[in-house]
Design a protein around this ligand. Structure first.
Ligand code: AP5
Length: 223
């Protein structure tokens, strides 16, 4: 795979596997914009838009937000960008087919789909200990990746909060939703030859090093 193609990525994996963490690192180091459906939806919820009002109940129960909302929202977001890391999209086969059609129209083929793998016990432990900055989406973890001062973002000094869908009960639903609706994308992209499996259980920096090795990213000039 060429390094240039590698900068159009889909990050796949269950909740808590580290998609957001790695997407932000790839953005900082290589200039490939992180586009997170979860962050876009949470912004709509915080702003009280009609889209946010519709999405909120699905998100708070651990279900997927309807494709009719997601696909239009993502098409708008992707079309002006050349290099991007899609974090949390696509999440089912219908979304993957819509993305394929969109990227074909835009003549922007995907470089790779990174699948971050981790076991359920680790995912639950990570999510119930996650703290994030609602303004920037930056995440910390009170056990594995704590901020210097508890409850405060190292970068901008803003307050850190726990997400309403990171309770034990909702996390269980999110994992079940992933198994039923998102895991089929492993075969979908495996058949395309785009899938790269990454061990998400390693420490954050080791996961990043593995991603860079797989994608030969040391050769890339930041966009
Ligand atoms: P979204 O925000 O996308 O949540 P998610 O996919 O469930 O993923 P998370 O953000 O919880 O986990 P992550 O893999 O990014 O892990 P992170 O890096 O933060 O979606 C939320 C909701 O929005 C969905 O449930 C759905 O309702 C809706 N939605 C979103 N997209 C949609 C779509 N396309 N269609 C329909 N509905 C959609 O890491 C987790 C924690 O672990 C952090 O504390 C981090 O510091 C820590 N950590 C990360 N990596 C490591 C490591 N290697 N070692 C130790 N700790 C680590």
């Amino acid at each position: 795979m060429s390094a240039q193609r590698a900068l159009r990525l889909v990050l796949l994996g269950p909740p808590g596997a580290g998609k957001g963490t790695q997407a932000r690192i790839l953005e900082e180091r290589f200039g490939a914009l992180q586009i997170s459906t979860g962050d876009l939806l949470r912004k709509h919820v915080a702003d009280g838009t009609s889209l946010g009002l519709e999405a909120k109940s699905y998100m708070n129960s651990g279900a997927l937000v309807p494709d009719s909302i997601i696909i239009g929202m993502m098409e708008d977001r992707i079309k002006g960008e050349n290099a991007f890391v899609l974090d949390g999209f696509p999440r089912n086969v219908a979304q993957a087919e819509a993305l394929d059609a969109m990227l074909l129209r835009l003549d922007k083929p995907l470089g790779a789909v990174l699948l971050f793998e981790a076991d359920g016990e680790t995912l639950i432990r990570r999510l119930t200990a996650r703290w994030s900055n609602p303004r920037t989406g930056r995440t910390y973890n009170s056990e594995t990746n704590p901020p210097k001062v508890a409850g405060i973002d190292d970068e901008d000094g803003g307050p850190l909060v726990q997400r309403p869908d990171d309770t034990f009960e909702v996390v269980q639903n999110r994992l079940a939703t992933y198994d039923a609706q998102t895991a089929p994308l492993i075969d979908y992209y495996g058949n395309d030859g785009l899938l790269v499996r990454i061990d998400g259980l390693m420490p954050i920096e080791a996961v990043t090093a593995e991603v860079m090795r797989e994608l030969a990213l040391e050769n890339v000039t930041p966009a």
